[in-house]
Design a protein around this ligand. Sequence first.
Ligand SMILES: [Zn+2]
Length: 546
Amino acid sequence: MKLDQISLLSFLVNNQIKNETGDILDFKKYRFMFDIYTDRSRFMTCMKSAQIGFTTYEIFKSAHQCKNEGIDIIYVLPTADDVNKFSGGKTNKILAQNPIMQEWTKDKDSIEQKQFGDNTIYYQGSWTTRVALMITAKKLIVDEYDRCKPEIVEQYDSRLQSVADPQKAFFSNPSKPDFGVHIWYQKSDEKKWNITHSCGKRFIMDESCIDYKKEIYKCPFCLGEITDEERNAGNWYDKDDRKWDGKLNEKYQWSGWWIPLWIAPWMSAHKIAEMKREKSAEYFANFVAGLPYLNTNDALSMPLLVNNLVNRINDQTGRIIIGVDTGHNIHYVLMNKQGLFYHGYINSIEENEQSERPIPNYDPYDELDRLMQRFPRSIMVADQGGDLIGIRKLQNKYKGRVFLCWFTKETKTKTLIRWGENEEFGKVLADRNRVMQVIVDEIKEKRFPIWGTLEDWTPYFEHCLNIYRVREEQGQEGDPQYNWRWVWKRKGPDHKFLATVYARIGLDRFGGDMAEIVSDAQAFPVAGKQPIIPKKYRGLHNPVNI
Ligand SMILES: [Zn+2]
């Protein structure tokens, strides 16, 4: 086999291959793409900004691979219109510029399929059909992954399981954290473009390298300007700080690339600053920074949480509800109808053993037991996901006071919370997403009193800041009246918030309504003084850091 057949790059260079406007590809100008053109990993993903020439790469890569490796490829794009533009538009223009490639497609060349040599690329709009085509191909490419219909992508993906040594390539402008291409990127080796400044320091070229006032690229160490040559002369390093040498770090299955617009050598800091000013924060994150973004409405923020603080001592009267999130460690919260007044954390057995002075015969559930004794009328609601032995013991010891909570989707009856009766007593079923929404709404509307200071509650708030919601299309089992619903996800530890969900469920039955509405005066009796929120919690709607 000739080198041109093995290496995409040799093929492009040796044959003076041109892009759709007739220019020969120049990898000196395009250093950051060079390594991507040489990446032969079986699983590849890219979180990209717009307008960086990635589509051109995809066309060359898929055509070359189809022809020279002799594999069929399914190429999925969001809509039929996208297929038209991609296959009928851009691909055809590139083929027209390069007779050698046009020769490959002479037997079959339509918008939906193109033959390259003896094999075929099938182009598919994900929203066009209800089911995936019954084609088996060796490789699945999903372009604009975050805009494609998830069920269709899943169908193609699951069908690859029957193929020996399948290949996948998922690319997209990202959208939300832990959604779409961001999931695949996090599974990958997470390569980022590193540059070396004239001061000698090497660093990731992220947004901290942009000086928006002076509209220059700036070294985060010596604060000197970064030249275009330095930006262009970077290298890709993975999350283990290993420099990319053409071979994937064996710890990972997926090869992942993050391409923000500012690593493109032709992109000036002035232009980036202009987009920062003129575009929405969401657009800038997704299409310029190539990062997922959270909308303000879809998450909590520090100011919203702080608004609910009551800087006084809760009298801890009335029925107390203990919400418990079990798991490796135990997180719990205490609340009564006046609001939330304590959050606690219990070490696991292993952590106790590793501590400086381990407690003999340590049982993490003993602390929960002590709470049950300290508050004799209290009720405990715990999740059923963890090691149930401890909770079951408490359930036997404190008859009628300990409940296990199951999350369900009770969309038919619209019941938010259902308490088990008779043989089901001790069990509570709740619609997780809707209960979470209730609590978030209460917090946003300042109807969720939290007793104590910002300092007391900062670790708790950190968990609250990790939850966010996404719109999810409903399957057939969903309520026919609504074809979508909100689903709450997390981007970091959320145990304390979940403990609150359990407590809130308990309060719903055993606490009555939360009587106290927090007013401004109540919240900060000390002359209406607002606590100062530390700087790191202020910009919470910024792009998610990767
Ligand atoms: Zn420097």
